[in-house]
Write a protein that binds this ligand. Structure first.
Ligand SMILES: Nc1ncnc2c1ncn2[C@@H]1O[C@H](COP(=O)(O)OP(=O)(O)OP(=O)(O)OP(=O)(O)OC[C@H]2O[C@@H](n3cnc4c(N)ncnc43)[C@H](O)[C@@H]2O)[C@@H](O)[C@H]1O
Length: 145
């Protein structure tokens, strides 16, 4: 893999019949919004990174989530002229009592429906990822419940 690699989770919660996605706003740079994710450390698998970064950035633990490993998206984009690859898996917040706790890397968070999440996420590949997840939720998860 060339360039930087990062990994994280597109986390959603069910709010009545609605689906809401978690977005975090960075406290640095252009203050952009993304799901929890971060750089893969040496020797780590992408899944290990996704779990570690999610704990660090959102305070949500593996036990709070149900991970859908077969709903995975790989994003590629350029950062300062260098390629970056980001792996996202879909995960549902299943512990209704879990609270989001931000680290110093983020200054705000929001739970948003698909349309508003896409507006805040702003980047085309991230928007496509939310749509991919929404389709999976409607087809596979809601289809089974
Ligand atoms: N400008 C800055 N000033 C100070 N400290 C900084 C900094 N940037 C990073 N850091 C430091 O780096 C650490 C981050 O480490 P990690 O937490 O490990 O890594 P990351 O989530 O991948 O961080 P980053 O914000 O850099 O990545 P993203 O791809 O979203 O974003 C990277 C760029 O790609 C753009 N981008 C994000 N998603 C995109 C997409 N889907 N398509 C195209 N561009 C996208 C973003 O706008 C952004 O410009 C922080 O602790 C912070 O201290």
């Amino acid at each position: 893999m060339v360039g930087k690699v990062a990994a994280g989770f597109v986390i959603f919660r069910r709010f009545s019949t609605d689906i809401e996605y978690l977005l975090l706003q960075t406290s640095y740079g252009i203050h952009h919004w993304t799901p929890p994710k971060g750089h893969v450390d040496p020797g780590e698998s992408e899944m290990e990174t996704a779990l570690r970064e999610t704990v660090e950035e959102s305070g949500l633990h593996k036990e709070d989530l149900k991970i859908f490993e077969d709903c995975k998206k790989v994003l590629t984009y350029q950062v300062k002229g260098k390629p970056k690859t980001v792996y996202y898996w879909l995960a549902e917040l299943v512990n209704q009592n879990a609270q989001v706790k931000l680290s110093h890397e983020h200054q705000d968070f929001k739970w948003l429906g698909l349309e508003d999440a896409c507006k805040l996420a702003e980047f085309k590949e991230m928007q496509e990822t939310f749509h991919h997840c929404e389709q999976y939720i409607n087809r596979v998860i809601k289809g089974n419940t």
